[in-house]
Write a protein that binds this ligand. Structure first.
Ligand SMILES: O=C(O)c1ccccc1NCC(=O)[C@H](O)[C@H](O)COP(=O)(O)O
Length: 267
């Protein structure tokens, strides 16, 4: 069983349990369910946007613990917003990433930037959870969904006012792209070997349909990496570990953005 299969197996149990713990009606009664949504597509397309979707995550299958298990979003999220993140990604998976829905809800109280609920979406219930805890964008991963499931989940997400980021790993998944998807992400990380290859994004991006915003995901570790991907037509850059491995992820983000500006001014 590969890592995605393990995660999905666990997720099925988790979602079944949560549906009993908190009903759909209870989700809909939460104040954030009715709150206005922000658009990541809009902030990514703004002139001068950094394009960075900065991530808060405590651990990952490939790296183990990256930040302390008790780390609060407060150590990163407000600075991500202050120093120009186009959006902020919050891992809400607990077993594999050490996250939870409270991180998402707490982040919503701290910033105005669009928030991506980063999780392994397999059931419409999770879309309602995303909305009830303050997300603006949800992630769909082609490798764990059939094309028809992507269309159904994306259509339901849109009907709830959420934007959809569809993540691809290879060209065999291009058929999952559908009109309901707002942004297409390409994950540079091979989830079988965990190796990272930025050229993967560059090659696959050439085959993406025109008119979809493109997001490069994983393994972006320097301003040079980002500028390389930008030069190849990417609008967004999902970056987690590069900031979260530092004692002060917010300052690391601010320095990273400063260095991009410096390099761009020198060019
Ligand atoms: O990061 C992993 O080990 C991983 C394993 C299995 C599924 C997903 C995984 N990561 C999720 C992500 O997509 C990353 O958190 C995100 O792209 C940021 O990547 P990075 O900048 O390399 O932390």
């Amino acid at each position: 069983m590969n890592i995605l299969e393990k995660i999905v197996q666990q997720k099925r149990h988790e979602v079944a349990d949560r549906k009993v713990e908190r009903t759909l009606t209870e989700l809909k009664e939460r104040p954030l369910y009715a709150a206005p949504r922000r658009s990541l597509a809009y902030t990514l397309a703004l002139p001068g946007s950094t394009g960075i979707i900065a991530e808060f995550k405590r651990k990952s299958p490939s790296k183990g613990w990256i930040a302390h298990e008790l780390a609060s979003p407060r150590i990163a999220v407000p600075a991500y917003d202050q120093y120009g993140a186009a959006g902020i990604s919050i891992l809400t998976d607990a077993p594999f990433f050490g996250g939870n829905l409270s991180d998402l809800e707490e982040s919503r109280t701290m910033v105005e930037a669009p928030l991506l609920r980063k999780d392994f979406t397999i059931d419409p219930y999770q879309l309602h959870e995303a909305r009830a805890f303050g997300a603006d964008v949800i992630l769909l991963i082609a490798a764990i969904l059939e094309p028809a499931q992507v269309r159904e989940l994306a259509a339901e997400a849109k009907s709830l006012g959420l934007e959809v980021l569809l993540e691809l790993h290879g060209d065999e998944e291009l058929g999952h792209v559908c009109p309901e998807v707002d942004l297409v992400g390409i994950n540079n990380r091979n989830l079988k070997t965990f190796s990272v290859d930025l050229d993967r994004s560059v090659q696959l991006a050439k085959a993406l349909p025109a008119g979809k915003l493109k997001v490069a995901e994983s393994g972006i570790s320097s301003p040079e990496d980002l500028l390389f991907l930008k030069a190849h037509g990417f609008d967004g850059f999902l970056i987690g570990e590069r900031f979260m491995k530092e004692a002060d992820p917010g300052s690391a983000f601010a320095a990273f953005v400063g260095n991009i500006k410096k390099l761009s001014d020198e060019a």
